[in-house]
Design a binder for this molecule. Structure first.
Ligand code: BGC
Length: 800
């Protein structure tokens, strides 16, 4: 069958499938129950437990004798090598396996297969989530999701383990690159768009890690203590939006505990909130090895245990036989797994080509990356690059070892990464050869020295930590300033699963060598009337306040995926006018962060393993700290900086363009809030270059029964490409639940009476137009379950 025909046939099948599943919730329930009736208890246990032969890190992993079950396990796990796991299949009663593979910056599978050495199975490394969020472009994220989901389908995977969508509570969280923002609205909107895009292919997603997995230090068993209000408004809000607006097939519970129990054993979280309050209909799976007690997990509504172990299967069987677990609960877990299975490609025999259009996807990744980069500084018309410039001195190791994405399970196996140097060549610019050779020799030597000295505990980082910056002699710098026309300096950072970053030089702070490089290069080039541009190839926030005045321009390129070097050049040359804005604040110093006092948990030394409660859960990490108290409460990111007047280096929402925009004609539908208010604003390109503007709508709410942050982002939008002199009117519509705060006393979303200020801005500090509306009397926007209350008092940050 030719590929075109096969694809069209598949598209028709996917559409029919989506419609038939949408229209027959009841019949799929019945179909599931009919299958369940045919299942033995053993099969039931094998289905709710993933198909692994052992639990990661557990010494009780056993050599299993070969049986029908182990043969089945081997065959489902072989179907897509490198996938994170698979569910069991029982074809004789109509149960197919579901293959689950990581995300979130692209599909993660093995690029090579031992049984087929004639071809490769690479996937596209898209820009990291933090970059995608900085585009503030929901449609673009949905488009990325669509092509990412196509790879999922073509490679025969049923569920992509992403998007990652924990809140960026603290800049040091090692996995921030997989997450979107410090703001729950952006997080939720981006994740929902990603889910819609991926799932439009008829494959599933798993929004993860639900919830409050905001650090890697002792991620397996740390107990996060958070107020009900901060949970609902900050840490759960993004998931709520993603569930309601994206309808993910599955949700992945996190490793950690929240206010006591493991999230995967938490009925309040997985049933009361996720299902009763938000209406989630899919299934919940554990993170790999997460939690401790499968009986509690089943009861909580954690339907699938991944990757699973034979011991866990035995435990389910004995728990049911001994009356410790009701079989009806397991049946409900299974019904949820089967209802998703009915939609899956494998069940519907969609087949796979194993040849997605990687070239087309790379082009989409390249454009997306450029649209999410943030221009932090641009003085002396340093950018876009002068068309006459031909020779470039590229400083910084990561110019040569460009970082496409972070490490760990979120690391995509892409075919290539375009470095800055390759990007320069592709843009017909010439990187100085002598400097290139000097760096390449240095990097090679350093990598050789390091080969055996990487910290074995940080196994995901092995070989992936950028090499320490090379000290530059003044002769070399001056020679470059004389012989080339512009300096580019790349500052690189990497991070990922299994470890948090550090508030140290060389990580959150620049090292002395890096600072000297920026200073000496800028000075030498400046003396020759030439410019210096710094490119940040980073996974998350770094300190910028102490050095940002020095270079002429700074471009935050994040980790832009496999086409990174090309995307950077698209922005530097002006092919794409930068239009990204920060979805996370850049504080002046780490200690200014509201979470810095208790990240990753206070008094690490004083908590010893013996003191810690409940050590039963799986972990291969040091179990300290075993508790982290979220004292900053609702004051995360800009909510804190704006309320407590703390200056930042670059504020939330900040980003420059090669053009300028004017905001005018702010109009609201009414001065009194009834059930809804519509807001419109006209954006005009007043500069000389075509460009796009991100428009942010903040609301300043009156303090009432509940205190309120100074500002909260309540809506945002992005213009199309506006030619100079042209305008676009953006409209936003807000209903009570968009504006309400969470009152934990009554478990309601409450919109309190008073005057509300609407602040329409180009950033959280650059407000261009204001209006006021009044809420005449308190409005209860929603009543929800009483759930997840902390057992202990929290010393909460308050402005009163
Ligand atoms: C990670 C998850 C990932 C899973 C499967 C875990 O260690 O936390 O994000 O999906 O492994 O690879």
């Amino acid at each position: 069958m030719n590929i075109l025909f096969q694809n069209s046939l598949r598209l028709i099948l996917v559409i029919t499938m989506i419609f038939s599943v949408m229209s027959c919730g009841d019949s799929s329930e019945k179909k599931a129950r009919d299958i369940i009736e045919k299942m033995s208890l053993e099969q039931k246990a094998q289905l709710v437990i993933g198909t692994s032969r052992g639990r990661p890190g557990r010494s009780d992993t056993v050599e299993m004798q070969e049986t029908d079950y182990t043969r089945m396990v081997d065959s489902v796990r072989k179907y897509v090598p490198g996938a994170a796991g698979a569910t069991a299949m029982f074809p004789e009663i109509g149960i197919s396996s579901q293959v689950l593979a990581d995300g979130p910056a692209g599909l993660r599978i093995s690029p090579q297969r031992s049984d087929d050495t004639t071809r490769t199975f690479y996937c596209t490394a898209f820009p990291i989530a933090t970059l995608l969020a900085s585009s503030w472009d929901v449609n673009m994220i949905e488009d990325i999701g669509e092509v990412m989901g196509n790879e999922v389908l073509e490679y025969g995977v049923d569920v992509l383990l992403g998007p990652g969508m924990n809140l960026q509570r603290d800049p040091l969280c090692g996995r921030n690159f997989e997450y979107y923002s410090e703001d729950p609205l952006i997080t939720g909107k981006m994740a929902a768009a990603m889910v819609r895009g991926v799932q439009s292919n008829g494959v599933g997603t798993s929004t993860k890690h639900f919830a409050v997995n905001n650090q890697e230090t002792n991620r397996h068993s740390v107990n996060a203590i958070v107020s009900e209000r901060a949970l609902r408004e900050i840490y759960l809000k993004g998931f709520e939006i993603a569930v309601k607006e994206g309808n993910p097939w599955t949700v992945m519970s996190s490793y950690n505990k929240v206010n006591g129990p493991y999230t995967s054993e938490n009925h309040d979280l997985l049933t009361k909130i996720l299902r009763d309050d938000w209406g989630f209909e899919g299934y919940v799976m554990t993170d790999w090895g997460g939690g401790s007690d499968v009986v509690k997990q089943m009861e909580a509504g954690n339907d699938l245990i991944m990757p699973g172990s034979p011991q866990q299967i035995e435990e389910i069987i004995s728990a049911v036989n001994e009356g410790r677990l009701e079989e009806a609960i397991v049946d409900d877990n299974i019904a949820r797994i089967l209802k998703i299975m009915f939609k899956s490609p494998k069940y519907n025999n969609l087949g796979r080509t194993n040849s997605p259009d990687l070239e087309k996807h790379a082009e989409i990744a390249r454009e997306a990356a450029a649209n999410g980069m943030v221009l932090l500084k641009n003085e002396n018309e340093a950018l876009p690059l002068d068309k006459d410039i031909k020779t470039v001195a590229a400083f910084g190791n990561t110019s040569y070892e460009f970082i496409s994405g972070g490490t760990g399970s979120g690391d995509v196996n892409e075919a290539y990464t375009i470095s800055l140097i390759q990007g320069l060549t592709n843009a017909e610019l010439e990187a100085d050869g002598k400097l290139k050779e000097t760096y390449e020799t240095y990097i090679k030597e350093e990598r050789e020295k390091r080969a055996n000295s990487d910290d074995p505990r940080r196994f995901f980082m092995r070989g992936r930590r950028p090499v320490e910056e090379m000290e530059l002699s003044s002769e070399l710098v001056e020679e470059m300033a004389a012989n080339t026309e512009i300096a580019l300096i790349t500052i690189g950072r990497n991070a990922g699963e299994g470890g948090d970053r550090r508030a140290e030089e060389g990580d959150f702070y620049l090292s002395e060598v890096e600072k000297d490089m920026i200073k000496n290069v800028t000075e030498a080039f400046g003396k020759q009337g030439k410019k210096t541009i710094v490119i940040l190839n980073i996974a998350g926030v770094i300190e910028t306040a102490s050095w940002k005045d020095i270079p002429d321009a700074i471009l935050c390129a994040w980790q832009p995926g496999q086409e990174g070097g090309n995307s950077v050049l698209d922005v530097l040359t002006g092919w794409i006018n930068p239009c990204g804005k920060l979805a996370v604040s850049f504080p002046v110093s780490y200690n200014d962060c509201p979470s810095s006092d208790n990240f990753p948990g206070h008094a690490i030394e004083s908590y010893e393993v013996d003191d810690a409660p409940d050590q039963s859960g799986f972990s291969f990490m040091r179990r300290v700290p075993w508790e982290v108290v979220y004292e900053e409460d609702i004051y995360v990111g800009y909510r804190y900086y704006s309320t407590f007047d703390k200056p930042v280096s670059y504020e939330f929402g900040y980003g420059l363009s090669y053009t300028t925009f004017e905001y005018s004609e702010l109009e609201t539908s009414s001065e009194d809030f009834k059930n809804e208010i519509n807001v419109s604003v006209k954006i005009t390109n007043t500069g000389e270059t075509a460009g796009r503007e991100v428009v942010q709508l903040y609301v300043s709410s009156p303090d009432g029964k509940l205190e309120k942050p100074e500002i909260e982002l309540r809506a945002f939008g992005k213009t199309g490409l506006l030619e100079p002199g042209t305008s676009e009117v953006l409209t936003f519509s807000l209903v009570a639940s968009d504006l309400a705060s969470f009152d934990s006393e009554s478990s309601t979303w409450l919109l309190e009476a008073g005057d509300y200020k609407l602040l329409v801005g180009a950033s959280s500090e650059d407000i261009r137009a204001e209006a006021v509306f009044t809420v005449k009397q308190d409005i209860i926007a929603e009543i929800v379950s009483k759930a997840l209350a902390p057992e202990q008092d929290i010393n909460k940050l308050s402005k009163n």
